[in-house]
Design a protein around this ligand. Sequence first.
Ligand SMILES: [Fe+2]
Length: 351
Amino acid sequence: MSLAPLRALGTMEELPKDYLDNLFATNLYPLWPSLRAVLPPHKPTAKTLPTLWEYQDVRPLLMKAGELTPMEKAERRVLVLSNPGHGLANMQATPVMYLGLQLIMPGELAPNHRHTPNAVRIIVEGEGAFTGVNGERCPMERGDLILTPSGRWHEHGHDGKSPVTWLDVLDLPLILGLEASYLEEGHDVKSAPLPASTSQYSAAGLAPAPLFERVQNTHPLIRFPWARTKAGLQQLAAADPGIKAVQMAYVNPENGADCFPTISFSAIMLRPGETLNIPERSPAAVFHIVEGSGSVEIRGQKFDWKEADTFCSPGFSTISLKNASATAPAYMIVADESPVHKKLGLYEVRN
Ligand SMILES: [Fe+2]
């Protein structure tokens, strides 16, 4: 497709200073000098830069935070994976997503609270910690994905012996932009071992229905254990060797919808030696490596990744994922902003 060049528009410099001063004093601003910036031709301008955070770089700094700042002074001890394209202090990885690596030490309790942004925890390291979500006690094991949806009380505790870390994925930048972000604090009550949603939804295609009543709950399943996800991916790969990607979505088991209205989550298994080319899609995405090693090319930038690393891609990027191993699969969890794009009618797949 040949695209006609756009005409050059007037600039701020062409306008008389006293005229501009009068505009500003009246809380006015001329559109035409900025029109091309807010409505660029053919493709959005992304502030989001392809960025890799290597866990081996983050981990010592996170452990140091554990020495420097007690839980009472942190509430949540987190180092935010900030995208330099947005400015580090803005604490966002992509337009919609905030990422943080959180540390909890043995015996600590990150107190109960709730807030309007949705959050997911992807467990990176350690054993013995738990997240309580509205009283449901969710063990935190490597690779698990745990939802703490908007408005649900949640706390994190640790009965184990070594540090536990996890990746937080929140829709905080979007909710902040909507001026709808706030928090409430609750009582420091350790979660009681109430019935686990993981047990209620233990088999695919089966949902609890006591006396023929189905669950009326926007988030019926809170914890997605990694062992189950990994087994599902392996079975999918074995059942359909020709499948174009071994990828499974984390969904609401009652209705098949995305877990959150803003961010969708899925897991990918890269088969041994596989290169997976993801087409250019409008939403930004985040990838967290659960197992394996390989490389990724995003907008011509190449990164090597391995277990526990995290990287992000701006929207409208072609992404090529390569498994470095010819003998072992690699596994990753993907978060992407497609629910927002679909609801707003912005979702595009090109080429
Ligand atoms: Fe929280």
